[in-house]
Design a protein around this ligand. Structure first.
Ligand SMILES: *Cc1c(COP(=O)(O)O)cnc(C)c1O
Length: 232
C-alpha cells in the first residue's frame, strides 16, 4: 500500500535528520511501528514495507494479531508496549521479542518464571514514570534504584534498559526534561546494576515527540499515528 510506504519513508527521514542533528547514527535508533490503531491486514502492509518491529499496547490484541492469517506467516518482532497484567504473561511471553512495560517486581518475577518454563530468555525494559503523572504506570526513579541491584535473582529475563512516556501535554520542553531524566537515570544505573546486567536501551518518543527523544538519547522509538496518516 503506497500511502503506508510513504509514511514509513517520511518517518525514517525524520529519524535520520534528528539523529544527524544530535551527532548520532540513524542505525542506533530502532523504530517500533505501533499497530494498535489498525487491522491485521494493514499491520501486515507495514511489515511488507520494511518495518518488522511492531508494537501493541494490549496483550489480547497482540495475541490476536500475531495469530491472524495476514500476519502469522510474516517474520515480525513483537513488542509489548502497554500495561501487562500478570494473568496475561503466560500467553504474551511466547510471542514477544521485547516487553517495554515492566512496572513492578512482581510482574518481572512472573515473566521470569514463564520464560524459564519455556526455556527462553526474555528481553525486557523497566518502565519509569518520569513525569510524575499519577495516571501513568511505572516505577518511580527511586524504586528503580532500589530494585536494580536485585536483578541478578532473575535468570530468564534480560533487563536491557528503561522505557518512559512523556507527560501527556504538547509541551516539548517538558517532554525533553522527562527524557533527560530517563537518560540520567540509565547512566546512574550503570554503577548499581549487578555484573552481567547491561542497562543501555532507552525506549522513549512517540509521534508527537520522537525527534526530541532522539536528541535526548532514545535508542528505541514507538511511533503509531505518523505511520497511519491517510489510512485510518
Ligand atoms: C499508542 C502508543 C504509542 C504510539 O503513539 P503515537 O502517538 O500514535 O505515535 C507509543 N507508546 C505507547 C506505550 C502507546 O500506547
Amino acid at each position: 500500500m503506497q500511502v503506508i510506504r510513504d509514511n514509513l519513508a517520511r518517518v525514517r527521514e525524520r529519524v535520520a535528520a534528528a539523529a544527524e542533528r544530535a551527532g548520532r547514527k540513524p542505525s542506533e535508533i530502532l523504530l517500533v511501528g505501533v499497530s494498535k490503531y489498525v487491522s491485521a491486514a494493514l499491520s501486515a502492509e507495514l511489515v511488507a514495507a520494511g518495518c518488522i518491529d511492531l508494537g501493541e499496547n494490549r496483550p489480547q490484541q497482540l495475541c490476536e494479531k500475531a495469530a491472524a492469517d495476514e500476519v502469522a506467516p510474516l517474520n515480525v518482532r513483537w513488542h509489548m508496549i502497554g500495561h501487562l497484567q500478570r494473568n496475561k504473561v503466560a500467553r504474551t511471553v511466547p510471542l514477544v521479542s521485547m516487553i517495554h512495560s515492566v512496572d513492578s517486581p512482581r510482574l518481572l518475577k512472573a515473566i521470569d518464571q514463564t520464560a524459564s518454563e519455556l526455556g527462553k530468555c526474555q528481553p525486557v525494559l523497566l518502565e519509569v514514570n518520569c513525569s510524575g503523572d499519577a495516571e501513568k504506570h511505572g516505577f518511580t526513579e527511586s524504586e528503580v534504584r532500589d530494585f536494580v541491584p536485585q536483578l541478578s535473582e532473575f535468570s530468564s529475563v534480560e533487563v536491557r534498559g528503561l522505557m518512559t512516556m512523556a507527560a501527556g501535554s504538547r509541551d516539548l520542553t517538558t517532554a525533553a526534561a522527562n527524557f533527560a531524566t530517563l537518560r540520567n537515570l540509565r547512566d546512574e544505573l550503570g554503577t548499581l546494576a549487578p555484573a552481567g546486567v547491561e542497562i543501555a536501551d532507552l525506549s522513549m518518543g512517540m509521534t508527537a515527540d520522537f525527534e526530541v527523544a532522539i536528541a535526548e538519547g532514545a535508542t528505541i522509538i514507538r511511533v503509531g499515528s505518523a505511520l497511519w496518516e491517510g489510512v485510518v
